[in-house]
Write a protein that binds this ligand. Structure first.
Ligand SMILES: *Cc1c(COP(=O)(O)O)cnc(C)c1O
Length: 397
């Protein structure tokens, strides 16, 4: 089934694209792409074309090719999701089984011995993947503070792949994507940006010079904490084809139900994010004025070190923030006391979640009393009341 292609009509604004793109078209067709539970599709007649009727719509890929096997040729659900995310990011999208599968597909393109530059603060499992590859002799890794543009640009000049994340998880550091991607390009290095925190509604890294964008669609794109899914987006069709081939070879394919749910989640991304980031901004301000909070990390605050760059390259500051309390015990007590906010890992769902990241192995660079807060779609006043009570009860107030 061909989801409507972006080329067939004028470009929509992103708020419209999340709702309107990637849908079947033609009268009598369903509004939503059906969940097709099939690993394989009937083969084309090899000798007598009249032996089998016209290919059913689900058996034809978005490129008009006959679909035979899902891992090779995709499924209607993946294609619809890819059409929407690709349109939002301005490139060619490939859906993966998780955000980490998407990240791994980017690293799998590297020849043995490649030099990777990555942020000192980045998603925990990406750090683990990089360290693993280095231990196995697949690549070498240089970690840089991506908030230091001159240092990051200098390092990019000696790299084969520059991996960026902005804002970073969990420290909310902001990288000047245009400057660092330009340095990578000048050195012939590839630049990949993990755009999970910003989503394509707030930041479009391909426009800023990146070669590849990756998403954990598990987070904001899906938005309901009910699936694992990842996406890569590349501006260059040949690079997109290489990533897709990687998915085919590694078998890092999304499930049919996950793809359906992710697309269903994306339909409300604009309203969810708009609501949640307003609350995040307000909570960041209130936390900054709270006596127990020693520091708030949110690029929307005017005195945040990342504010100026974020204001330039993002159209909003997102719905994740972090704040520092005196120590681990105080922070743990706050997690135990919240009632509306859920004490849980992960982020980007309609429900607010809070976590002390330094409790996890591999987060030694994070202060013990730092809490990451993913702001969801509850009412701001309830969220603030919950936080303020938990801070008081934790003896932090
Ligand atoms: C969660 C996350 C990932 C990994 O995604 P999964 O879907 O959990 O595999 C990658 N990058 C960032 C920034 C994340 O928050």
């Amino acid at each position: 089934m061909s989801a409507e292609s972006a080329a067939a009509r004028p470009a929509y604004r992103p708020e419209t694209a999340v709702v309107a793109s990637g849908r079947p078209h033609g009268s009598g067709r369903p509004l939503n792409v059906p969940v097709v539970l099939a690993s394989n599709f009937r083969a084309a007649p090899r000798i007598d074309p009249s032996a089998v009727g016209a290919a059913p719509p689900d058996g034809v890929t978005g490129d008009g090719q006959r679909r035979e096997y899902a891992r090779d040729d995709g499924t209607p659900g993946w294609e619809a999701l890819e059409a929407v995310v690709g349109e939002l990011e301005g490139g060619h999208a490939t859906a993966f089984s998780s955000g980490m599968a998407a990240a791994a597909a980017v690293f799998d393109l590297l020849p043995v011995g490649a030099r990777v530059v990555a942020p000192t603060d980045s998603y925990i499992a990406v750090r683990g993947l990089l360290a693993n590859g280095q231990r196995l002799g697949r690549w070498s890794v240089q970690l840089v503070d991506v908030a230091d543009t001159a240092a990051a640009a200098a390092a990019a000049g000696r790299a084969d792949l520059v991996w960026l994340e902005s804002p970073t998880n969990p420290l909310l550091q902001v990288a000047d994507l245009a400057a660092i991607c330009a340095a990578a390009k000048a050195a012939g290095a590839r630049a990949a940006v993990d755009n999970t925190f910003a989503t394509p509604l707030l930041q479009r890294p391909l426009d800023l010079g990146a070669d590849i964008v990756i998403h954990s669609a598990t987070k904001f794109l899906g938005g309901h904490s009910d699936l694992l899914l990842g996406v890569t987006v590349a501006g260059d069709p040949a690079l997109a084809a290489a990533l897709r081939h990687g998915r085919e070879m590694a078998g890092a394919t999304p499930g049919a139900l996950e793809a359906y749910l992710a697309l269903r989640g994306i339909r409300t991304l604009a309203v969810r994010l708009d609501w949640a980031q307003r609350s995040a901004h307000d909570l960041a301000r209130r936390l900054a004025a709270h006596p127990a909070v020693t520091r708030v990390r949110y690029p929307g605050l005017p005195d945040d070190p990342g504010h100026e760059v974020a204001a330039r390259q993002m159209s909003g500051f997102g719905a994740v923030l972090a704040f520092d309390l005196a120590d681990a015990a105080t922070a743990d007590r706050v997690c135990d006391r919240v009632r509306i906010i859920t004490s849980a890992t992960s982020l980007g769902g309609v429900e607010s979640t809070i976590e002390r990241r330094a409790k996890l192995p591999g987060q030694e660079h994070v202060a013990p009393g730092l809490l990451r807060l993913s702001v969801g779609c509850e009412h701001l006043d309830d969220l603030w009341h919950d936080l303020a009570c938990a801070l008081d009860a934790a003896g932090a107030g």
